[in-house]
Write a protein that binds this ligand. Structure first.
Ligand SMILES: *[C@@H]1O[C@H](CO)[C@@H](O)[C@H](O)[C@H]1NC(C)=O
Ligand SMILES: *[C@@H]1O[C@H](CO)[C@@H](O)[C@H](O)[C@H]1NC(C)=O
Ligand SMILES: *[C@@H]1O[C@H](CO)[C@@H](O)[C@H](O)[C@H]1NC(C)=O
Ligand SMILES: *[C@@H]1O[C@H](CO)[C@@H](O)[C@H](O)[C@H]1NC(C)=O
Length: 298
């Protein structure tokens, strides 16, 4: 009975020879469905391309539209070693224990060779911002970058003292500010930003202050260039595409009288009137902390 009342069998549900249906649909029905989806996907693709195109049109060629993440420039230190915490720890009398620091500094400073800089960069007027604006639709491109000669770093340049003081227990470190497009770190009045290093004491409160004892352990430091300033002429930075040869300015710090065989936590920070004071609280912004230990058998 059941078989005769027009109920479809399992086989017929796939292909029904009586009605010419394939999985319940006729050929023309299937054709329409396929046609609909093809048209639908073509429309989607076209729509995607159109919105993408519109989005790209609103972006400037040479400048990222969003750089929220980089508004607080980080202070970077070289030589960079020790994970996850930065540290410099070596034995004065063992060359192989500090040779890696010297090599890292050599490599890092090599693009700052005076001849190299003279070849690719421009001699700027120091102590003031180097603006290179575009006049209307005429792009000032490519923009020039200022020379930074490693010789400015004096005893920390690796030129006069090839070991950067590591062999004498007077090591140098070098710091630089991360690039932030358009940043004027010296503020409107152009007070040059500068670096200072001091012992960092962990403990009691957030605003830890150093004690004389720790200051004695760290000893005197010397800054290159004098006062540890980043010259204003290296700002503003216009971006990698516009300033192809840009060299970030550097500040070197030489520790002149470290107490040996002692851990000293050092914090170097930048004072930059042009960078929002609120951001100074940022853990990683504007400062770098590292452990310094020079061992000696004497
Ligand atoms: C830079 O100078 C140092 C020493 O003067 C030299 O060893 C190095 O090869 C130079 N680097 C470049 C890129 O010229
Ligand atoms: C960048 O440096 C190269 C040489 O390394 C030089 O030919 C070029 O003119 C420089 N570009 C700018 C914009 O200063
Ligand atoms: C170096 O440090 C030692 C111990 O902290 C101190 O006695 C000495 O006066 C310092 N020397 C100089 C030149 O600052
Ligand atoms: C370093 O700072 C002192 C005091 O602020 C200033 O008198 C001196 O001119 C500065 N030196 C340089 C080279 O900027």
């Amino acid at each position: 009975m059941a078989k005769d009342d027009g109920k479809v069998t399992w086989k017929e549900s796939i292909w029904n020879p009586r009605t010419g249906e394939f999985i319940g649909r006729t050929a023309s029905s299937w054709g329409l469905i396929i046609l609909f989806y093809v048209a639908f996907y073509i429309f989607l693709a076209a729509f995607f391309c159109l919105t993408m195109y519109a989005l790209l049109m609103t972006l400037e060629d040479n400048r990222p539209k969003h750089q929220d993440r980089l508004v607080v420039p980080g202070l970077m230190m070289r030589p960079r070693s020790g994970n996850p915490f930065l540290e410099i720890d070596y034995m004065m009398e063992e060359t192989e224990s500090w040779d890696m620091y010297v090599q890292a500094l050599d490599e890092f400073l090599s693009p700052y060779n005076d001849s190299e800089q003279a070849k690719k960069n421009y001699e700027c007027v120091s102590d003031k911002y180097f603006f290179q604006s575009d006049s209307g639709s005429v792009k000032n491109y490519p923009k020039r970058s200022c020379q930074f000669h490693r010789s400015i770093l004096g005893e920390c340049s690796g030129l006069t003292d090839r070991t950067y003081g590591y062999g004498d227990g007077q090591p140098c470190i070098i710091v630089k500010l991360n690039r932030v497009i358009g940043m004027l770190p010296g503020g409107k009045d152009g007070e040059p930003p500068f670096v200072t290093c001091a012992p960092k004491i962990y403990g009691v409160s957030e605003d830890d202050t150093e004690t004389t004892e720790d200051t004695d352990k760290m000893g005197q430091v010397m800054y290159f260039p004098p006062n540890g300033t980043f010259n204003l002429m290296y700002y503003p930075y216009y971006g990698k595409k516009e300033q192809v040869n840009y060299s970030q300015p550097l500040v070197a710090i030489k520790f002149l009288n470290l107490t040996t065989n002692t851990d000293i936590n050092v914090e170097c920070k930048v004072t930059a009137p042009g960078i929002n004071a609120v951001n100074v609280k940022d853990k990683f912004g504007l400062k770098v902390v590292f452990r310094l230990r020079v061992n000696s058998r004497n």
